[in-house]
Design a protein around this ligand. Sequence first.
Ligand SMILES: Cc1ncc(COP(=O)(O)O)c(C=O)c1O
Length: 294
Amino acid sequence: MELVRKDLVAQKYGGATNLAYNEKIKKMIEEGHSVYHFGFGQSPFPVIELASESLKQHTGQCAYLHVQGLPALRKGICDFHRHYDHVTFDPEDIVVAPGSKELILLVMTVFNGEILLNSPSWTTYKPQAVLSGHCSIMVDSREEDEWRVTPQGLEKAVEDLSSDRYKLLVLCNPCNPSESVQLYPEGAILCSGMSKWAAAGGWRLGYHIYPRELQALRDVVASAGSHTYSCAPAPVQYAFAQVRNTLLSLGQNAAGRARALDRFAEDLIADSLATLQLTPPFVMVKTITTIYLP
Ligand SMILES: Cc1ncc(COP(=O)(O)O)c(C=O)c1O
């Protein structure tokens, strides 16, 4: 008898390639190799200073918190999206977790229906679908559509699926590899966190915002969170809750600076790659946006 689930053994279920790559490259750099590291989507900027100062003040916060997150932090998240995205949420709609990655796995685990992923997409979505016991259905996207999910692509992906089953599409915005911007349709679960814009990936703070019609899903994801991670790290939640009042101006400056620098670096790289005149299967895709928010 196998110790590990048969389907995982059959698929040779392995770890996240981007994290493995990152470790390998860190070692190569330590060994003195000169490496231009494009294998990992981590912000190259320092964590925003105010959050860093605030974290130092909250190291004593060692009590477990509400599984959905500190109320002040959830209110801050609502203010942020009201300001930037002109959408209004209620703090009750939010579930905070140690990274949005955890929440994507939990929502897939409790979801009753088919999981759709756009191809190409981030390295972890498919292994998460496998782990949660789903066969993922791929929605193909094409270079000429800037790798956006199109209505035609979606129709083709669902044509053989039963229409009375729910479908959950994991849509990254902007999407790899072109970073094309796709709009969130109504009824979507918004998934974001502090990893990219606040350069705090290793602090592990992410969140989901559920629309009212998906309240049942939110409640079971929160229950699953209470049985797995209990709460996101308390000092980190306090730190981001404290910067809430200045979050908007900070976010604008930090993200604006990061975008300008990213754009500069990406233009430089794109121009250099263009001189190589790559031939298929290698193609150079110039990005449209420079930063994404998970
Ligand atoms: C496309 C995409 N989705 C989700 C995540 C998960 O982010 P986190 O768990 O750090 O919030 C990442 C992180 O690298 C990502 O690049």
